[in-house]
Design a protein around this ligand. Structure first.
Ligand SMILES: COC(=O)[C@H](Cc1ccco1)c1ccncc1
Length: 130
């Protein structure tokens, strides 16, 4: 009902705010847009589900996420994919892996500090009711 749509609207505002703050962080520039398949032709052979911050934002606007957990699953793909595709010891790989780990830690810290557990529980109740 209407109250549920109010809750989901507030969730989208919260998720958009997180995603936009991450997109402004210079450390996460490589995560802001999909990996360029022309530039990296084997990317889709290695990475089954590409993800990036602009795609997260599109998903939010398309009402794809009803719980923070669903958003986290896609947000986690961004750094997991980077660790998987860039495993080597050369400086480029080490640099993107360091940024991937910073992205992981930053998302978790924001959610730990800014998500009210009662609000998350209401979102999970809505998910279970649908
Ligand atoms: C999330 O971004 C990536 O996984 C690409 C992979 C990539 C390899 C060559 C071109 O792009 C990346 C970008 C910048 N620095 C390292 C790796």
């Amino acid at each position: 009902e209407e109250q549920e749509e109010d809750v989901l609207r507030e969730l989208r505002l919260f998720l958009r705010n997180i995603t936009e703050r991450l997109s402004l962080d210079r450390r996460f520039k490589a995560f802001t847009k999909p990996v360029d398949i022309e530039e990296v032709p084997d990317y889709l052979m290695v990475i089954k589900k590409p993800m990036d911050l602009s795609t997260l934002l599109t998903n939010i606007d398309e009402h794809k996420y009803i719980t923070i957990g669903e958003f986290m699953a896609d947000a986690d793909l961004i750094w997991k994919n980077a660790l998987e595709y860039n495993p080597d010891s050369d400086p480029m790989d080490r640099n993107i892996r360091h940024r991937a780990c910073a992205l992981k830690d930053t998302v978790r810290a924001i959610i730990r500090d800014e998500l009210d557990e009662d609000f998350e529980r209401v979102c999970e109740e809505i998910r279970e009711s649908r």
